[in-house]
Design a protein around this ligand. Structure first.
Ligand SMILES: *Cc1c(COP(=O)(O)O)cnc(C)c1O
Length: 354
């Protein structure tokens, strides 16, 4: 390097998000967004929004949105922290809670943003291999550490870890903070939320991006005991007080009120997911049991990267990770019934060519 300033700057290898193509004719099954539009109540917010209000800073306490989420989960106002997408909430958690020389622990196959935050904030970490079925073994976490992060259900595997195992991890690690990233919890599994009143060292994180059809709004939140939430607020207010814009606050609040539409969307996704797994099964694929809005699938008779490229040439984008252990798998977001029909058709075409 011949740049004189090079050794004084922060060099970091960033997280690589799934692509967001401008071409709208694409079947986009690569970033686990909802295939359904948000609630009609959200549409109404945008129709009626008074732009004069944009002259003011947004509320930094997010009172109205907080009230709705607290009512839903039976939380006190100071047991909830809201952020600009759960990625931001998670980043604040890493910054706030992982300040030890010991390694923080997370699975080797999990959300690939965790390593990036560790590198950004100079946190030591150790990845614990999941077993050959891609399952997390709770006993692997009964070791000295500086904190633990578990995505439950896990991504990109889609596998859910039962709550009694999560609780065992907590019980063996009362001296560190444990983050449970529940980005996909609404797609048919039980949340760890009840444990925040029982243990003072667990933080549960949710998002509006997947099950609530609002990835574009950027809202996520953390739930924990008052003390941990206070620490998160302090870290946030040491970085940027107004993290959530005024439109997002109102839109998310309206979205959260529409429980009926939320349940319709969830049920459609779950039905489509189970149907897709069966159809892939008939085509020789092996798919992990999923509790999310995506599936993680492989086919021992195929070169998966070739299938990925073929689908892309047909304007269907799924996710392929060129990483050890998972480079023979595709992660496919569950779309609408029409989208999944086209996907299966194209997979059949590919199989006929091979
Ligand atoms: C999608 C996802 C997130 C991030 O969600 P945002 O709220 O959109 O930032 C966090 N964790 C996992 C495991 C995810 O898959």
């Amino acid at each position: 390097m011949n740049k004189l300033w090079y050794d004084k700057i922060r060099n970091i290898e960033p997280y690589i998000p799934g692509e967001q193509p401008e071409n709208k004719n694409i079947i986009k099954l690569n970033t686990n967004e909802s295939p359904f539009p948000p609630s009609e109540r959200v549409k109404k917010v945008f129709k009626e929004f008074n732009t004069d209000n944009l002259r003011l800073y947004p509320s930094f306490k997010c009172e109205s949105l907080k009230e709705i989420i607290c009512n839903k989960y039976n939380l006190k106002e100071n047991q909830l922290f809201i952020g600009n997408g759960s990625d931001e909430v998670l980043a604040f958690c890493f910054m706030a809670f992982f300040n030890s020389d010991k390694n923080i622990l997370f699975p080797d196959i999990t959300y690939s943003f965790y390593d990036v935050w560790c590198n950004l904030f100079n946190i030591n970490y150790k990845k614990i291999p999941v077993n050959s079925n891609f399952e997390i073994d709770e006993k692997d976490y009964f070791i000295q550490n500086g904190g633990i992060v578990i995505a439950n259900p896990n991504a990109p595997t889609g596998l859910y870890m039962e709550l009694d195992k999560i609780e065992q991890i907590i019980q063996k690690n009362r001296d560190v903070i444990i983050l449970i990233d529940e980005a996909y919890i609404d797609f048919g599994s039980k949340s760890s939320l009840e444990l925040i009143n029982k243990y003072d060292n667990i933080v549960v994180i949710h998002t509006f991006s997947k099950s609530r059809c609002l990835a574009g709004i950027r809202i996520g939140y953390a739930m924990a005991n008052e003390e941990l939430i206070n620490i998160l607020e302090s870290v946030k207010n040491s970085f940027n007080s107004y993290t959530i814009n005024s439109v997002s606050q109102i839109a998310a609040a309206e979205c959260a009120k529409d429980i009926e539409y939320f349940e319709i969307c969830i049920n459609k996704i779950i039905n489509e997911r189970e149907k897709t797994i069966k159809r892939l099964d008939k085509l020789g694929f092996k798919t992990l049991p999923s509790k999310t809005n995506f599936i993680f699938t492989t086919n021992p008779n195929l070169n998966i990267k070739e299938l990925f490229d073929y689908l892309k040439s047909k304007n269907i984008i799924v996710r392929y990770f060129n990483k050890e252990r998972i480079n023979q798998y595709l992660r496919i977001t569950i779309g609408t019934n029409e989208q999944m029909n086209i996907l299966i058709e194209e997979i059949e075409n590919f199989l006929n060519l091979h």
